[in-house]
Design a protein around this ligand. Sequence first.
Ligand code: MG
Ligand code: ZN
Length: 219
Amino acid sequence: MKVTLRTDVLTNNNKAAEFNRELFQNTKTLVMNLMSSPGAGKTTLLEETVRVLAGKYRIAVIEGDLATERDADRIRAMGARAVQINTHGGCHLDARMVAAALGELDLDEIDILFIENVGNLVCPSGYDLGQKHKVAVLSVPEGNDKIPKYPQMFMRTELVLLNKLDLLPYLDFSVEEAKRDLAEINPKSNLLPLSARTQEGMHEWFFWIEGAYLKWLQQ
Ligand code: MG
Ligand code: ZN
């Protein structure tokens, strides 16, 4: 099913988010909005995710970046559909940009859609894109301060992937402290330590995706 945008959808983020949500529901597309600082490793994580799950699910990725098609090219190389949104300086994706990008995807042919937001821990959390799940990616080199310093992000995400776990021996980062900080801000959220580079912990993330997809189909 190809999308035709109504003009009112383009004027208001919440209307656009509702439009997207309805479309995702009607096409049974599970959508996750991935948010993080720049350099936390979202694209590497998605490359690995596509590589492992593409044989079982039809996966697409919407890539949000200020400029370039680099991330979409990396995802395409792993065998998934990818649409690049360039925000031309804009520091977050909004639902209208996503609605416009959906015109390039046939959602009937997609089971799971990942939206990789622009690298930024501040405003992306404030924009509903119509997604089912909000997932934050944090990485070990960023240190323990990010969760307490950006509470608006972490109180709105139900899952935090702690990436680059392979760097733990070289850096002062406490996984226990991160879990405590997250539990304080958002007791319903889970922290999954993993490394997209070494694969450690990645099976937990895949397990979470598969569980979310089954739940989504049953609702
Ligand atoms: Mg679908
Ligand atoms: Zn912004």
